[in-house]
Design a protein around this ligand. Sequence first.
Ligand SMILES: Nc1nc2c([nH]c(=O)n2[C@@H]2O[C@H](COP(=O)(O)OP(=O)(O)OP(=O)(O)O)[C@@H](O)[C@H]2O)c(=O)[nH]1
Ligand SMILES: [Mg+2]
Length: 129
Amino acid sequence: MNTVQVAVGVIRRADDVFICLRSEHQHQGGKWEFPGGKIDHGESVVEALKRELQEEIGISVIRCRPLIEITHDYGDKRVALLVREVLDFNGEPHGVEGQQHKWCPIDSLNPADFPTANVAILDALTTSK
Ligand SMILES: Nc1nc2c([nH]c(=O)n2[C@@H]2O[C@H](COP(=O)(O)OP(=O)(O)OP(=O)(O)O)[C@@H](O)[C@H]2O)c(=O)[nH]1
Ligand SMILES: [Mg+2]
């Protein structure tokens, strides 16, 4: 099985992070996620992150830094999440595709609400707080 490379953005504002609800028809539907998506052929992680965050939540990423990289096998799909913390951006994050979204306190994030691969992201956030 090949591994799907995914650019994922963690956007923090003080003690909150911005998260979106995955629609039921998507892989891991009904779970909350950090916005992002598949890296296209020939694209860098940062290029993909900028494109996905513009398409999904309507912001222009100005500056980001690596937070963590996770490889996870869901059985039906193997993913590599290349997670970047977004440090500066233009615009106000919202659900461009009509998806539910919210700012959630890092302390209140429940791993059970996220895809399994995200547990390591939540750990990284709690320890870097
Ligand atoms: N965006 C995002 N994807 C995640 C997270 N955690 C996680 O396991 N994934 C997995 O990463 C894979 C690709 O993400 P995606 O579905 O957002 O990709 P995309 O925006 O290109 O989707 P599309 O094919 O519906 O256009 C999915 O299999 C998804 O389940 C997360 O926090 N954010
Ligand atoms: Mg996506």
